[in-house]
Design a protein around this ligand. Structure first.
Ligand SMILES: [Zn+2]
Length: 89
């Protein structure tokens, strides 16, 4: 008889906790740095707001406020037109 390899898992397994304790920032990243104009030329900033396929992150994902998201949208579209950022396709 071969020994049974099956072992019952202990009841006290560590349950994965969802990130509930994440402190929400009360201001978006552009409001904190007090930038009035999002430049289309700084790709380092705009590249963080894109997926690897080139889509713009939603406001919920990026944490931008509504007015800053509009500025980001305009800046990304300008950067795409200038060939700095990829289009989605
Ligand atoms: Zn903002």
């Amino acid at each position: 008889m071969r020994s049974q390899g099956f072992k019952k898992k202990p009841d006290k397994m560590k349950k994965r906790k969802r990130r509930e304790n994440v402190t929400q920032q009360n201001q978006c990243r552009f409001c904190r740095s007090k930038t009035e104009y999002v430049d289309y030329k700084d790709i380092d900033v705009l590249g963080k707001l894109l997926t690897h396929r080139g889509k713009i992150f939603s406001r919920k994902r990026s944490g931008n406020c509504a007015s800053c998201q509009r500025k980001v949208k305009l800046a990304i579209k300008r950067a795409r037109f200038m060939g700095l950022l990829p289009f989605t396709s």
